[in-house]
Design a protein around this ligand. Structure first.
Ligand code: ADP
Ligand code: MG
Length: 357
């Protein structure tokens, strides 16, 4: 819960997927970066000193960006040989880019003894470095939730992240104990965050805050939402701001329900969140809407798109015994509409990036 709230200094509530991105790293004595991935035919060899905004382009920007950002934060870094392998679907709204950055960052921190993997405070610093890599070198204006999830989540918990001050709370999220399951429905529609839509949404939010004379939309009280929105200049900005402020409130409500053990009731918040992203923030697409609709009409307690939008994945909260039925309903609904086959799988809340020896 909590989509596009991160760059509004808001609250969000991600989990880490159990799927991993693996980075095998060897430090070099020189400043060369040699980088390969089993998920890409594109290979890189370049000098660390040539890394800058937009260079290298493609996936290498995320990896090289981490080295650049570590250096930007004052750390002494060297070149490296890198091989990546990932079980996180790429470009599916499931944060494979953050998984890539955080796996490289964790490996380099470990090998160079930078101490950025120790406690949560150190991990928060490392997450910030990965965000800088993504924003500055890969030039994706994303907000930072993904990197915090990859580095700061705990197994069996959702991460309540306050993006105003970076503080967190671990919220128990053991669905199986409640007879429930979380189903991911990857539509396999390629999202493209770099086609400007994401940046446009971010601009609208910043414009709304400016018109209200506030540092961010976080400062709008949910109780005053209607009267506050009247002060905005047009209906599009109003709809964007309504999504952010109501989504932050849904994060609060989700946490309260989880802490009270009323996990089933989170389903209706999923539905409200999806409606808000579809109609107000306008970041959904036909495939995501169909996945949500098919899931909820075949037994899911609620469903919502997840990630930046315009494709990628939706998630559904389902009674564990209905997961197979919901999956087949979604697959059939896609076939009926002539859409490509979605990839559906269940997940539990996983742990953070770490060294595997
Ligand atoms: P998401 O983070 O939701 O998966 P993004 O568009 O932010 O979507 O990031 C996807 C991009 O990240 C891919 O297009 C690719 O450039 C890069 N990427 C992620 N994982 C890998 C990997 N294992 N190997 C190569 N590139 C990767
Ligand atoms: Mg990403």
């Amino acid at each position: 819960m909590g989509e596009h709230t991160d760059y509004n200094a808001g609250l969000c509530l991600p989990i880490a997927l159990p799927q991993r991105t693996y980075a095998a790293v060897r430090l070099r004595a020189d400043r060369r970066l040699r980088m390969r991935s089993l998920q890409s035919s594109r290979q890189y060899e370049l000098d660390l000193d040539d890394v800058r905004a937009g260079n290298p382009a493609g996936w290498g920007g995320y990896a090289a960006g981490v080295l650049w950002a570590l250096q930007d934060a004052g750390h002494q870094v060297s070149g490296l040989d890198l091989m990546l392998d990932s079980r996180v679907p790429l470009g599916a709204g499931l944060s494979s880019s953050a998984a890539l950055e955080c796996s490289v960052a964790a490996a380099v921190s470990d090998l160079l003894d930078l101490g950025l993997l120790g406690d949560d405070h150190a991990r928060a610093t490392l997450a910030g470095i990965c965000v800088n890599a993504e924003n500055t070198i890969a030039q994706a204006p994303t907000g930072g939730m993904d990197q915090s999830a990859a580095l700061r989540c705990q197994i069996g918990h959702a991460l309540l992240l306050d993006c105003r001050d970076g503080s967190i709370a671990q919220v128990p999220f053991d669905l199986s104990a409640h007879g429930l399951s979380l189903l991911i429905m990857d539509t396999r529609v390629e999202h493209a965050l770099d086609d400007g839509q994401y940046a446009q949404r971010r601009d609208s939010c910043e414009k709304a805050a400016r018109q209200l004379g506030l540092p961010s939309l976080r400062e709008v009280a949910f109780e005053d939402l209607d009267t506050t929105l009247e002060r905005l200049s047009d209906n599009v900005i109003r709809a964007r701001a309504r999504h952010i402020v109501s989504e932050i409130e849904r994060v609060r409500k989700t946490v309260a329900l989880l802490l009270a053990g009323r996990v089933h009731e989170v389903g209706s918040l999923f539905n409200a969140s999806h409606a808000s992203m579809r109609d107000g923030f306008e970041i959904s697409c036909a495939e995501l809407d169909l996945a949500v609709e098919a899931a909820t009409t075949h037994g899911a307690l609620g469903a919502r798109m997840t990630g930046g939008g315009f494709g990628g994945s939706a998630i559904a909260l389902v009674p564990a015994e209905s997961a197979a039925e919901v999956t087949s309903a979604v697959i059939h609904a896609f076939a009926d509409k002539g859409f490509g086959r979605p990839d559906c799988f269940e997940v539990a809340a996983g742990g953070p990036a770490r060294r595997e020896s």
